[in-house]
Design a protein around this ligand. Structure first.
Ligand code: GLY
Ligand code: MN
Ligand code: MN
Length: 437
């Protein structure tokens, strides 16, 4: 059985037999006139179908003779010559496990008949394509209703939170895809480090990453590349990637290849000229120690917030040791004074989406979530000291460092999926001084 059928079965088992689940796929996005953006499927839809064509809606009916219905584009010889092959309705039924396929342009007329006498509509329509139709779905009658037939009062429920709960725990099929995305992205980061030199443009390093991940089967990246040299690293999502790298500066790279819709998310920071200056090395070591302090806590049963608290403590202590902050550690932490330089939260779920779905709090409570095996997330502490920060010694200014690894929770602890991307000062300097890949 395919992983997608298993997930549909799992979802159907969690809905009662009075339900219909509707999962809306993504449409093509127009860039200009008749040119589109590359198509990327909706994550919930892909998770449950593995089907990668635009303009589809999947309908799941628990405890039904035809539990899996799909609306999609039919075969069209002319369109397929212009824009590529389609599975078509027959192909969906023969090759994709669909029990019954209908043309997407009949969706709005046929959907209410598929509800039959079921009362609960569970909907994942992340782009709002059918919001206009929800009221009609609620009140729609059976096509063959009689004036004295029993009225059906339907209710609408959000399906995405239930799918999110499933998506937080990765199955083996997902883990294999995530691992390939991380392997590709580790290779990409190594290539970028080896290519860096004074005078090269950030966009050339970005292109080296894309080229490398393509050799590992990635079609795309999971989010816009960030290649930020010097003070550009102060912008957390710097995407311009168009400055010349200067001798003596650092480059902060945050790059993740996407493999069959699953992404990696790795940050590294390295010196343009291959050798850390003493101030750069001092700050770098604090950030790495903070990352390692969090990683060491990862195991089933650990609370999510403890990871963040552990790295903030190390970052705060390090900033105090260097005189960038002053005062008492507990005071600094209590007032969050380190946040001026550590800026952001330090991790998130990762999978089909770079900031993957799933709550960080246990359901119906203020408690932080407890880690379980087969969760995958990032840990990404940083220190950012802007070039114009005149409250610190000049030698610290213009240093932006983030280090980000992708962590899988195992039954006994963790696996750092991205540890092979050079991360210690010695590993980075050795990588950059060697031309061998
Ligand atoms: N690349 C986005 C992030 O690290 O969250
Ligand atoms: Mn991240
Ligand atoms: Mn990142």
């Amino acid at each position: 059985m395919s992983p997608y059928s298993l997930r549909r079965l799992q979802l159907a088992a969690s809905l009662d037999s009075d339900s219909v689940a509707i999962i809306v796929g993504n449409k093509e996005q127009v860039r200009n006139l008749n040119i589109g953006y590359p198509f990327r499927q909706d994550n919930d839809f892909f998770y449950l179908t593995g089907f990668n064509e635009p303009d589809c809606v999947c309908v799941i009916r628990p405890a039904h003779d035809t539990p899996f219905v799909m609306f999609s584009r039919d075969s069209d010889a002319n369109m397929e010559v212009q824009f590529g092959a389609r599975a078509g309705l027959a192909g969906l039924e023969s090759d994709h496990g669909v029990n019954k396929a209908y043309p997407i342009n009949e969706f709005e007329t046929l959907i209410t008949s598929l509800f039959e006498k079921r009362h609960k509509l569970f909907i994942s329509d992340n782009h709002g394509n059918y919001h206009h139709a929800l009221g009609h779905w609620l009140t729609a009658k059976q096509p063959d209703h009689a004036f004295d037939s029993i009225k059906i009062h339907r209710s609408i429920h959000q399906l995405s939170p239930m799918i999110a709960q499933m998506r937080v725990i990765k199955d083996n099929h997902e883990l294999a895809l995530i691992k390939q995305a991380t392997i590709a992205s580790v290779a990409g980061h190594i290539k970028v480090m080896k290519t860096a030199k004074a005078g090269i443009n950030e966009r050339q390093l970005s292109a080296e990453f894309n080229h490398t991940i393509s050799q590992y089967g990635c079609d795309s990246v999971g989010y816009a590349n960030i290649v930020a040299s010097g003070n550009n690293g102060m912008c957390l999502h710097y995407e311009e990637n168009n400055s010349e790298c200067q001798d003596g500066d650092l480059v902060l790279t945050d790059l993740g290849g996407e493999y069959q819709c699953y992404t990696a998310d790795i940050s590294r920071t390295f010196p343009v000229n291959g050798t850390f200056s003493a101030p750069q090395a001092a700050i770098y070591q604090i950030v790495l120690d903070a990352l390692d302090a969090s990683i060491a806590l990862v195991k089933p049963g650990a609370k999510w917030n403890t990871l963040f608290e552990a790295n903030q403590r190390v970052l705060a202590q390090g900033l105090l040791d260097l005189g960038i902050l002053t005062g008492d550690l507990e005071e600094v932490i209590a007032q969050g004074l380190q946040r001026e330089f550590t800026v952001h939260k330090t991790g998130h779920w990762m999978g089909l989406h770079v900031h993957d779905v799933g709550s960080y709090q246990a359901s119906n409570s203020d408690e932080w979530i407890t880690l379980e095996s087969n969760m995958v997330f990032t840990i990404e502490p940083g220190i950012y000291i802007p070039a114009n920060c005149d409250k610190v010694d000049a030698k610290w200014r213009g240093i932006a460092i983030r280090i980000e690894d992708d962590i899988l929770v195992t039954e006994s602890g963790y696996l750092n999926l991205t540890e092979k991307a050079p991360r210690t000062i010695a590993e980075i300097e050795a990588c950059m001084s060697s031309n061998k890949l």
